[in-house]
Ligand binder design. Structure first.
Ligand code: SPV
Ligand code: MG
Length: 305
């Protein structure tokens, strides 16, 4: 595997640069250096599109919690998550968008923004919920409360005022559809958050069909032709990234797949070793040992440089 690293300044700026240049980016969840290296190096050739790769990483609160055996309720502190990101950055070159949960108290969010900027992170997504944050995909099966438009707008504005690197992005994530509120509520919030200074809007949905996010995109685009729009197609996974692009989205986030893939693979291998009382049968499901023993360092750059 190839190891690259770049300065914080170059990496931080590269997400916005890529968005402005290409108009569309694909982000893959990464939760440790190895998953980030896999995501960094993956490529494919699509008919009609040509060469594709992931443009950067998503740091997910869900996977950062789950990999510690914890629920996704803002238990894992930002400082601890940033330590993991520093390790990822030591061996990769692509930009990272941070899942900032609710952003916490507004007074804390100002510090978070500065910490993230300093760490080379390109932007933070904050969701308009309050109280005990639960994972959005749990929807209304658990108590979840929307923040008021006024309070969330103030959090965005205070975060924007706190940042010192102009390229850093604050993305307002709208949870109205997750919590069963009407489309009008989502649109009203989107416009308020853009007025408060949000650099982009994420519309989240837990429907199995993309219908509601596509409806939102059409209405949002009519009102805000140029504000970047973000989708997280975890449940409505039949839609292709290129279809989201055509519908007016600018960012697609594959939010949890690297951790889910590794969990399933590890579980199967662990049980198979016991079932066969040896490891011969699990070899086809395992990466070659040489993939762990050889790490290619690009242009003589040491790991962590
Ligand atoms: C995450 O990846 O932690 C997210 C997206 O916030 S979701 O899990 O769909 O809420
Ligand atoms: Mg999250």
């Amino acid at each position: 595997m190839i190891v690259r690293s770049v300065s914080h300044d170059v990496r931080r700026a590269s997400l916005r640069e890529r968005l402005e240049l290409e108009g569309f980016v694909r982000l893959l969840e990464a939760h440790d250096p190895l998953s980030a290296m896999v995501g960094e190096n993956a490529t494919a050739v699509l008919p009609e599109v040509g060469h594709v790769e992931f443009d950067g990483f998503w740091s997910s609160s869900l996977t950062d919690s789950a990999r510690r055996g914890l629920p996704d309720i803002e238990l894992v502190g930002m400082r601890s998550r940033l330590q993991g990101i520093a390790e990822m950055f030591a061996v990769t070159s692509k930009p990272l968008l941070m899942d900032g949960d609710t952003g916490g108290r507004v007074e804390h969010f100002e510090y978070t923004v500065r910490d993230l900027e300093r760490a080379g992170v390109s932007g933070v997504v904050i969701e308009d919920k309050t109280g005990l944050k639960q994972n959005s995909l749990l929807g209304t099966s658990v108590p979840q409360l929307l923040e008021t438009v006024e309070a969330f707008s103030e959090k965005i504005a205070r975060g924007k005022a706190a940042q010192s690197r102009p390229e850093f992005m604050i993305v307002a994530r709208i949870e109205s559809l997750i919590l069963g509120m009407p489309m009008d509520d989502a649109l009203h919030r989107a416009s308020a958050y853009v007025s408060a200074g949000a650099d982009a809007v994420m519309i989240h949905s837990r429907q199995s069909s993309p219908r509601e996010v596509l409806a939102f995109a059409a209405l949002f685009r009519a009102a805000h032709p140029t504000v970047p729009l973000v989708a997280v197609p975890t449940t409505y996974n039949t839609i292709r990234a290129e279809d989201l692009r055509a519908a007016g989205f600018n960012v697609v986030i594959y939010a949890n797949h690297m951790l889910r893939a590794s969990l399933r693979a590890m579980d199967a291998v662990a049980r198979k070793i016991l079932n066969h009382d040896r490891t011969l049968e699990v070899e086809p499901a395992c990466a070659d040992l040489k993939d762990l023993l050889t790490v290619e360092v690009e242009s003589g750059r040491a790991v962590g440089a």
